[in-house]
Design a protein around this ligand. Structure first.
Ligand code: ZN
Length: 83
């Protein structure tokens, strides 16, 4: 029987690896849902899943912030040229 933590790894972790596209051990592209890297045979640990999760969150936060900045800049320019 799988614990809740293992279930979270199965649902979040695998998609996170696919999202990042690289193995934390060898850095090769990983597009598989496997728990083991097809390139180096590295088995992803729980800590690595946590690290990946943190990195993905940081990356997403960064892109959101940049998106907002460009959005504001766009409207600032529109306002500037319209007035
Ligand atoms: Zn690897």
């Amino acid at each position: 029987m799988k614990s809740k933590k293992e279930y979270n790894i199965l649902t979040d972790g695998y998609s996170l690896i696919a999202k990042l596209g690289s193995c934390p051990s060898c850095g090769q592209q990983v597009y598989t849902d496997s728990k083991i890297c097809p390139h180096c045979g590295h088995e992803f640990t729980e800590d690595e899943y946590d690290n990946l999760k943190t990195r993905v969150r940081r990356r997403e936060l960064k892109s959101i912030i940049w998106g907002l900045l460009f959005f504001l800049l766009f409207f600032a320019l529109v306002f500037y040229f319209a007035s």
